[in-house]
Structure formats: structure tokens, C-alpha cells
Design a protein around this ligand. Sequence first.
Ligand code: ATP
Ligand code: MG
Length: 390
Amino acid sequence: MRFELPPGALEVLRRLNAAGHQAYAVGGCVRDLARGVPPHDYDICTSALPAQTERCFAGERVVETGIKHGTVTVLMAGEPYEITTFRTDGDYLDGRHPQSVAFTDSLTEDLRRRDFTINAMAYHPDIGLRDPFDGQADIARRMIRCVGDAGARFTEDALRILRALRFAAELGFDIAPDTACAMRELSGRLTLISRERIAAELLRALNGINAVPVLQAFDTVLLAALPDYPAAALPEALHALAILPRGDTVLRLAALLSPCGEAGARALASLKPSRALSSQVLALTAAAGEDISRAELPLWLARLGEAQLRRLLTLQGRDDLLSCLPALMAQHPPLTLGELQINGRDLTAAGLPAGAELGRTLNALHRRVLLGELPNERGALLAAATKMKT
Ligand code: ATP
Ligand code: MG
């Protein structure tokens, strides 16, 4: 088995080897290479202790990213490489973090602490694939399987339960029976995991190619990860997700939460989303039930903006309106009050009352222009405003 590594990764391995240390590409990148998919980054593991690693890269940019756990990041050929000392994890007391880590010079021991067989492979260009837990066979079987006893591994670190779900959804792999069984049995331990970590894995799962079948099969795990989510809403949400495009987290999350009513906002808040993500998702779930007519489309465009309106129409399955959007955009309707061919000063100059009334009049004119009832022309707008006053 031969894989192509990028020049930066080869140089990292070469320097560590030249100083007498073992070093391999490891984890996700080897999994992706074995699947024939280009890795998005390359992690390195080594027998060198962190200080020894740093010495190998004197003169390069080195960042002590996780020195406690033995990780330093080196910038090589313009790319960052995380280099982690072979280690074994001590006892896990809190369901997430090992109490201590111990460095080792055994690659196999380092691979043993990793979550799934497909993530527990290492590669060196001169040595080839090191795969003591038969990850390659599981890639061929398209199978997520814990390294060692699934129950023990999920008890150590409950985040692995959601990682299994996420990898199954992203890769379209099945989950081995013992691993699946332990996931369901131990999903109550997800309460030990920080909301941010849960959110990160869930959002990736939601965007996965196999998200719907996986979430269907592991509905109890999903509900354990999102305790505020009403179970009764799940079938409708999964049905909606099944026909939606992937890759847009706002859209996928809105589809998951739309059938939940009030509880949706609570479930969303429990994921500690960024303010932007939260407001976008909530705007969509609030509008999901609206029956938009063709005439109102410019109004909604002004209200939501193009990207959000596209999402809303996609969520609603309104292909008829989606196909109207390009022509509507090409007309450049005045999406803000500022684009109206008249302003407050014009109205007061024409003798209309100032103050709050003025704003209401402008908004009413804007609405009528967007609905196509009035042209966006000074004369017509002034005439309409004067008429509205009487
Ligand atoms: P991707 O980056 O594509 O999401 P990855 O496999 O690289 O996938 P990372 O989260 O970057 O995932 O982790 C890198 C490697 O570290 C994994 O391949 C796995 O070997 C190990 N790993 C990560 N998280 C855990 C964990 N919670 N328990 C055990 N091993 C883990
Ligand atoms: Mg990774």
C-alpha cells in the first residue's frame, strides 16, 4: 500500500527520522488516503518527546498547541502539521478527559488509544501502512468499529459516541453491531460532554451524506445529545432533511428544528450557537409556515436578504418561487428605504407631518413599491404619500 504524502509532511517525517525518532502520518489523513479521498490535513505521531520534536524544528515556526498532551504544531512548506508524541491515556474520571497521559515509544500503544479502527492507522513512506487493529478491513467493509471494547471506550470518553454517529453520517459507513449497541446503551453519558463539542459533532453529522438514515437508526442517541428536542417532531424533521441539499448548516439546522415549535428555540440555545447562526436559524423557523405569494416575493427579499430567502424557499420546497428569484434580483428592487426615490425631507417639504408618522408613511410607500403597486419614481411616490395623508 503506497500513498502520496505532501512535501511538508515528508519533510517533517524526514527530520524526525534523521534525529533517530519514529514518525508516521496518522489518524484521519491515513483513513482518507486508504479510502482514496484527499485528506484536508496531515497529523503526525512520533516517538520523540515534545522538547525533542521542537529541537528537530529549530528555525521553523513552532507553536506549542497542546504541550500537556504532547502536541506541537510546526509550519512546514506553508502548511501547519500537528506533531503528537506517542502516548497512552491514563484513567478517565470525568467521561471525557484522561486524568493523565503517559508518553510511550510504541506506535501500537498510541494507535490503541484512538477511537475507531479506521482512525487507528499510521503510514510511513518507507515502512508502509501500520494497521494493528485492521482498520483497512473496516474501510473495505465500510464499518465504524471501536478499537477494543466499545462499552469501555465510550465510558472513557462519551464524545466518541457522537463521533461514531458523525463518521457514519459523513462517510456513509455502517456502525459495527457491538459499537452500535454500546452507543445506545451509554448515550446517557453525553450529559458529561460540553455543549460546544456536542454541537460541533451534531452539525457535522447533520450535513453528512448519510445523515438521515443514521439519525433515524440512532434517534435515541440524538435525543440524548439534544435533551430539549421533542421526540415527536423527529420523524417530520428527518423527512424534511432527506430531501434538502447538504452543506448549509443554517438550512439543515432549521429543518431539524422547524417542526419543534417553541421547543426548537430551546434545543437550539442548548447548542450554544454563535449569535449569527442562532438568529439565522430562528428567522427561518419563524417564517417556515408562511405561505408566500409571487407578489410578496420582493417583500420577503427585502425582509430576509437573498441568502436567507433562498434557504426559506428551499425549506418550504417552493421551487416555483426559487426560479423567480434570478429575474427578481436582476430588476434590482429597492430593498432598503434608502433606495426609495424619495426621503423624509421630501415628504416634510411637501407638507406631510414629521415624526413617527413620517416613518410609517415611508414604510408604507416602500411596501407598495415592493408589491409592484407603485413605481419607484419621485412624482408617483409624492402623489401617493399626499393621498395617504388625506
Ligand atoms: P476529521 O479531521 O476528518 O474530522 P479525524 O479522524 O482527523 O477526522 P480529528 O478529530 O481531527 O478527526 O482527530 C484526529 C485523530 O485523533 C483521529 O483520527 C483519532 O485517531 C484521534 N481521536 C480524535 N478524537 C478522539 C477521541 N475522542 N478519542 C480517541 N481518539 C480520538
Ligand atoms: Mg483531523
